[in-house]
Ligand binder design. Structure first.
Ligand code: SF4
Length: 341
């Protein structure tokens, strides 16, 4: 399976391991949804609850520019007081500070919340957000797109068909999105197969998905981990799942990303041999996995991502959110060997 996934990766994405210089901003962790797998969302009265002020938010955007980020990834909990206009305000603020930065923002669950708050359908919500500066949509909140498993791990979350409807609406509005899966908890293999079929069919209809990101479940500070005794998936199982996801997507989605936040940079480096061609981003501030107990840190330097690609024997390349290459970093070992020939 590893070899087949690696060959498919080479056929679709070549031998360059890409990464993006980006910053995560999770502007609030207050959330009313209560997903059993989540260690991030907090009730309003929780001592761990936070809401960023506009001043803090602007400070983070400035830090992102100084770091050389080309993308801001903005997501938060489902805060009951946030309106469509509040979400629009974050986008406008970011563009005021950094007019050229790409705004990759708001999960389908947040878009669903905006629809409920405003009474508008997804297409109108996207039109408003694009006017405020939105550039693309994260395909998070997918977990497993099968309503049976959603009922068990996140019964208050949007149903699978609504997730698909919202992502399709984003593509119809001219945006592109990513796609994800959360695995390694209480899902059945057949439910993962349903998920992959949903993603692949969606991509065959719209062509709007830029990448697929497998996200292994971090159980430590979560209700699901406690009540079901779920342990973190082993790196071997994680890699096998990664290769199976590459094969299940066939030629429908070019880019398969490893999440260093979930599997560590060592794991992500190894995943480059299991069908992966992208190492994700620098992030600078990762709260969602950290609060679930992930031990793999909250930021990476560009040099660490380049080094990871080179250790796997690949050329490294900084890309933008649309996978346009910004700068390449040839593997010094391969370059020296070629010079000798
Ligand atoms: S996963 Fe998202 S929607 Fe669910 S509880 Fe956590 S923050 Fe809220």
């Amino acid at each position: 399976m590893r070899v087949a996934a690696d060959e498919l990766r080479y056929e679709l994405a070549g031998d360059t391991a890409t990464f993006v210089v980006n910053r995560n901003i999770n502007f609030t962790n207050i959330c009313v949804v209560g997903c059993a797998f989540c260690g991030f969302g907090q009730g309003k009265r929780s001592p761990d609850a936070y809401e960023s002020t506009e001043e803090e938010f602007v400070g983070r955007v400035h830090e992102a520019i100084e770091f050389g980020a080309t993308e801001l990834c903005m997501q938060g909990g489902i805060h009951p007081d946030l309106t469509l206009e509040t979400y629009g305000r974050w986008l406008r603020l970011a563009k005021e500070v950094a007019p050229d930065i790409h705004l990759h923002a708001y999960s389908p669950m947040e878009i669903n919340h905006m629809c409920e708050q405003s009474g508008k359908p997804p297409r109108e919500v996207f039109e408003y957000l694009i006017d405020c500066g939105l550039d693309s949509t994260p395909g998070t909140a997918a977990e497993v797109l099968d309503d049976g498993v959603r009922q068990r791990i996140s019964p208050n979350k949007l149903p699978a068909a609504r997730w698909v409807e919202i992502i399709e609406a984003s593509h119809a509005s001219g945006l592109r999105s990513t796609s994800t899966v959360m695995f390694g908890h209480i899902e059945e293999p057949r439910e993962l197969a349903v998920h992959m079929d949903v993603i692949r069919s969606l991509q065959e209809r719209t062509g709007g998905i830029t990448e697929f990101v497998p996200l292994s479940f971090i159980p430590f500070n979560t209700l699901l981990g406690r009540t079901h005794g779920v342990e973190e998936i082993s790196i071997e199982e994680n890699l096998k799942h990664t290769a199976a996801f590459r094969l299940a997507l066939g030629r429908s989605i070019t880019n398969l990303q490893a999440s260093w936040v979930k599997m560590g940079l060592e794991g992500a480096t190894e995943a480059l041999r299991w069908g992966v061609n992208d190492l994700g981003g620098t992030l600078m501030e990762e709260s969602i996995s950290r609060m679930a107990g992930s031990q793999h840190g909250v930021r990476l330097e560009v040099e660490e991502l380049i080094d990871s690609a080179h250790r796997a024997g690949r050329e490294a390349a900084q890309r933008d959110t649309s996978y346009e290459i910004i700068q390449t970093y040839p593997d010094p070992v391969t370059t020296v060997e070629q010079a000798r020939i």
